[in-house]
Design a binder for this molecule. Structure first.
Ligand code: PSU
Ligand code: MN
Length: 311
């Protein structure tokens, strides 16, 4: 393997990593395909501020100018946000092609995990992960995020999975892939805009310190990723029933238009944004910030973990 020549790590992130200081990776498909401009840009900047305020260094990850960029900021972040849906949406299989062609791309959870691992970053904050789509028994549409979590040693803090997905099947595939699903202060796996889904997490942890201890052991054992589910703050949350109607409508519209494959998640998010009169976006931004704060707290706790016990 010879990935280092393709990595471009900002000096701030590079020196934090070299000194063992806490760093939190942030994805960019949420910027290019998950939210409209200019809210995507202000969200990306605010999330970085939240990470800093909690004592860690933010590392926004994207594919730009033929490089795997770690620590995208300033004008580059603006360029990415403006590109929006014109940018590619990079999943695992797209990486080499995009680098070969020099195409700008937002990185999904799967690809952000890969690049974070190459850079030596262990914690990553996002909004929601991809999962098993409703009707997957016919479409076979299962996000590459679920395989990546099984194999790549990065902990992902999210607000659960949206009920545009089949949450029960998503949790089953995570179990099959050997992914621990931890609830941060919750027994119930959250459903993105709603704080509960009616499905249980695998293990509940109530503090960042406890999670850091678990992650240190997971790493000592040489195991893969961990999913940390952090419910949306109460003030920004929707009742599951209130959002369900909009989700059903968006799914019906996607079906009528024949939307398939990687276009599905961005289409549904955009439709739900329109149907809720923009309110889904306000909640989406709030939950990403909340995840960034928790990820930074875990990164700080992880940096303070004692070394593994001697055999
Ligand atoms: N969920 C969101 N916003 C997003 C995504 C998911 O609320 O922007 C993005 C993430 O980058 C995730 C990807 O990794 O969609 C999953 O896409 P797919 O289902 O095509 O794997
Ligand atoms: Mn898919």
């Amino acid at each position: 393997m010879n990935a280092q020549p393709y990595l471009s790590i900002s000096s701030e992130v590079g020196s934090a990593l070299a000194a063992g200081r806490p760093v939190v990776a942030l994805e960019s498909t949420i910027i290019t395909h998950g939210m409209p401009y200019p809210q995507n840009l202000s969200m990306a900047r605010e999330v970085e501020d939240v990470v800093r305020a909690s004592g860690a260094v933010p590392a926004t990850i994207a594919i730009m100018d033929g490089r795997l960029c770690v620590g995208v900021s300033g004008d580059d972040l603006e360029r990415l946000a403006q590109e929006g849906h014109k940018a590619a949406k990079a999943s695992r299989r797209d990486m080499a092609s995009l680098l070969a062609r020099g195409v700008m791309a937002g990185t999904t959870v799967a690809t952000t995990m890969q690049i974070a691992a190459l850079a030596g970053i262990r914690i990553f904050a996002t909004g929601g992960i991809g999962g098993v789509h409703r009707g997957a028994e016919d479409s076979f549409d299962i996000s590459a995020d679920l395989e990546e979590l099984g194999r790549t040693p990065v902990a992902v803090v999210c607000a659960g999975a949206k009920s545009i997905l089949d949450i029960a099947k998503t949790l089953e595939v995570l179990e099959t892939n050997g992914v621990p699903v931890l609830g941060f202060g919750t027994d119930d796996f959250p459903a993105f805009w709603a704080r509960t889904s009616g499905h249980k997490v695998d293990q509940r942890f109530d503090t960042a310190d406890e999670i850091a201890r678990m992650l240190a052991i997971q790493s000592d054992l040489g195991m893969g990723g961990v999913l940390i589910a952090n419910p949306i703050p109460e003030v920004d949350a929707w009742e599951a029933a209130a959002i369900e109607g909009f989700i059903a409508q968006a799914l019906a519209d996607a079906d009528a238009k024949g939307i398939k494959g990687k276009a599905t998640t961005p289409f549904l998010l955009q439709r739900i944004f329109e149907l809720t009169g923009g309110k889904s976006l306000t909640s989406n931004i709030a939950l990403v910030k909340n995840n960034a704060r928790v990820a930074a707290e875990i990164a700080v706790a992880l940096a303070a973990q004692p070394a593994a016990p001697k055999a």
